[in-house]
Write a protein that binds this ligand. Sequence first.
Ligand SMILES: [Cu+2]
Length: 154
Amino acid sequence: MMTVAWALLAVLVLVLVPRLGAEEIKIIGRDFAFDAPATLGAGVTTFVFGNPGIVRHEMIIVLLRQGVTEQHIKDAHQGGITMRKLMGQFGDGEILGILLAMPGQSSSGKLIVNLVRGRTYLIICQLEAPEGVTTSQLGRAAAQPGVIRTRTQG
Ligand SMILES: [Cu+2]
């Protein structure tokens, strides 16, 4: 009887543990835009953040309000909106987390987010180029926000 109980427990552990942040997604922060998948499945997702660029970058992830599209974000960004206003206008609640990566490195931490089905997430970096690095060296002054949608099913 005891053996059966332990066997059951072992099966439970095997089934449950891999589901914790099972899907690991690497986001790349460039000077100055993100490489990120356009869509992801819903559920617990582990994010790591890489930075092949020459200045440090961060990845802040924010859930967007229902109905906010990538075009809304692009338009607002081109209009020169601040991070604070962008979040106030389009964000649904507080930021979900943040990863930081130095030039040529990956974030030492990982971020686990339970992605909600059929929603859109904003990824953004609000760090400015350090002194001595000109915007012409980098091509663009302000970081281009990224958008990730979660699938409605599957
Ligand atoms: Cu950045």
